[in-house]
Design a protein around this ligand. Structure first.
Ligand code: GLC
Length: 586
């Protein structure tokens, strides 16, 4: 078999492509672990995870070595979109516990040196929110209706939606109210919902909406949270007049190029593709983040705002993290990049350059609660579009072994990059998605709104296995799990991996320990010059470490006497085999 043999000279660093920021706020290099509360750990045995469950597992997180935890929503909610439909922004849903449980969880996290980031959902509320209920009871043109986007329909009887926008979960983005006596000739009004019909969009032209959310921020800041992840941060402001748009609304596009999908799109983002339709990435959102930045600054400590903004290209994303706006933005260009050396180098380069230009840290992420876990994604022959959202039993199934191998390699590549990294619960166990969930158990609204054409995101939301072979694999004190776990979860359970050399858990733990010890997060980055054009190898210097990923079939022989600090898979005769990442002493 051919082998590529490297000498020490071959590993020489080129010119730095990233120089770290001078300031050292904690979020600049934090590794942030996403807890999806309903699937993390169940404290009371109802089969749904909760805040006492999170508190009970804080030691797992502290021992893993992450810096912070971001919790997906736990607020009062009818759970039509798993809590991203908030009915009361200042209370905990009984499903997850009480405000006292939250305080206990927060105190327990802080005692262990873990920061807590909570999720803020400002684009829409639940239809059960008191404001929406008031709007339904009030007349057209009322102050109550003006907190949302109510409009009269088109057509002589107003029975066509006010514009042609589609919901991201499928179907029209408008729902019409039931008829009532004072409707008049236009008939009942319609309301806008970019997501499910149970998630009406708020009207961010209304000062009352601004005041309310500033107050919500202060409520959680006073409790002591360290930051907010802002849901659909690119969607709150809509173009004036809500013009028709023929583009395709989507959350996950899977585009990796830096070039905008629509090069002719105006710079103000008023039209065009790349998620730049009239409902996304409008100039007005930035003024909101400037005001929230000021609210955070009223508080001691280093609190942060993290944008969930599906916008392209990265230069548009960088506008959300200018010095007086948010602090971080999820890097979905990295998440959607295929397992390809040249494309990975490009996305790393462009990410570092564009974020450096505004003085923000780059973030890195491979999995979250909206996409197929990377251990499954990388086992698919082709990644992109629909497959990012969910895999159905009738779809081509991932190659589990290949997926895990590549996922581990991708993880070591990611954790070797400077900046802040996000992990999704269970990836430290190498969990795959459940890729064969039967239709009867699916709960994602996108499954229902597309009549099953989109499998939805349930596959990545399956309850975690803590104790292999126990009832529900130790998810909680009963055998209940709100979604069934696939058979492989028993062997991948946390207790089967703690202290086991070579396990995915131990690989993550060691990587996080080294990352901290070597100060990788705050380091500069320089590519290994001799390999900068390689079709198969990604290699760079960071702090005192060389990170080298081999994505090709040809083994890469390391120079003699190389000190290998960590590897995502076994080396073969001193060579890095396919789909393997190593960390070497530089
Ligand atoms: C965000 C969330 C997703 C949710 C949607 C609507 O993209 O991550 O889970 O369905 O917003 O709130």
């Amino acid at each position: 078999m051919t082998r590529t043999a490297l000498t020490t000279d071959d590993l020489t660093a080129g010119a730095p492509v990233h120089v770290p920021a001078a300031s050292g706020e904690w979020w600049r290099d934090a590794v942030i672990y996403q807890v999806y509360p309903r699937s993390f750990a169940d404290g009371d045995g109802d089969g749904i995870g909760d805040l006492p469950g999170v508190t009970a597992k804080l030691d797992h997180l502290a021992q893993l070595g992450v810096d912070a935890v971001w919790l997906s929503p736990f607020y009062r909610s009818p759970q039509k979109d798993a809590g991203y439909d908030v009915a009361d922004y200042r209370d905990i849903d009984p499903l997850f516990g009480t405000l006292a449980d939250f305080d206990e969880m927060l105190a327990g996290a802080h005692e262990r040196g873990l920061k807590i980031i909570v999720d803020l959902v400002p684009n829409h509320s639940s239809d059960q929110h008191v404001w929406f209920q008031e709007a339904l009871a009030a007349a057209r043109g009322s102050a109550a209706r003006d907190r949302y986007l109510f409009r009269d329909g088109r057509g002589p009887a107003g029975d066509e939606p006010p514009n042609n926008w589609q919901s991201i979960f499928g179907g029209p983005a408008w729902t019409r109210l039931a008829p009532r006596h004072d409707d008049g000739p236009a008939g009942p009004q319609w309301y806008l919902h970019l997501f499910d019909s149970s998630q009406p969009d708020l009207n961010w032209e209304n000062p009352e909406v601004h005041a309310e959310f500033e107050d919500v921020l202060r409520f959680w800041l006073d409790k002591g949270v360290d930051g907010f992840r802002v849901d659909v941060a690119h969607g709150m402001v809509k173009a004036a007049g809500l013009p028709d748009w023929d583009g395709h609304v989507a959350m996950v596009e899977g585009t990796v190029e830096e070039a905008p999908s629509d090069p002719g799109a105006p710079e103000d983002g008023s039209t065009g593709a790349g998620n730049r339709g009239p409902m996304f990435d409008q100039e007005g959102v930035h003024e909101i983040y400037r005001s929230w930045h000021r609210v955070l600054e009223e508080n001691p400590g280093e609190r942060c705002l993290v944008a969930e903004a599906w916008v392209e290209p990265l230069s548009r994303l960088a506008r959300y993290v200018r010095p007086d706006e948010m602090h971080q933005a999820f890097n979905f260009s990295f998440l959607t990049a295929p397992w390809d050396a040249a494309q990975l180098r490009t996305v790393v380069d462009v990410s570092l350059n564009t974020m450096d230009a505004v003085g923000a840290p780059t973030t890195w992420v491979l999995s979250n609660h909206d996409v197929v876990r990377h251990a499954s994604r990388f086992g698919l022959a082709e990644i992109g579009g629909k497959q990012l959202n969910g895999i159905a039993a009738t779809d081509p199934q991932p190659d589990a072994e290949l997926g895990l191998r590549r996922a581990r390699a991708a993880t070591l590549l990611m954790l070797g990059l400077p900046g802040s990294a996000y992990m999704y619960q269970g990836e430290e166990l190498g969990l795959p998605d459940h890729t064969a969930l039967p239709a009867e158990v699916r709960q994602d609204p996108s499954f229902f709104r597309t009549d099953g054409a989109e499998p939805g995101r349930d596959g990545c939301r399956v309850p975690l296995p803590w104790v292999g072979g126990a009832p529900g694999n130790g998810f909680g004190p009963s055998d209940k799990t709100w979604l069934p776990q696939p058979g492989v979860y028993a062997d991948l359970a946390a207790d089967r991996q703690y202290g086991v050399a070579g396990s995915t858990y131990e690989m993550y733990r060691t990587a996080l320990e080294l990352r901290r010890a070597e100060k990788i997060g705050t380091a500069g980055l320089a590519w290994v010059d001799a390999l900068a054009g390689s079709p198969d190898v990604v290699a760079f210097h960071v702090a005192g470490v060389v990170v080298l990923s081999n994505l090709g079939a040809t083994p890469v022989v390391l120079p003699a006497e190389t000190d290998v600090l960590l590897a995502s898979g076994d080396l073969v005769d001193g060579a890095v085999p396919a789909d393997t990442t190593v960390w070497l002493r530089a």
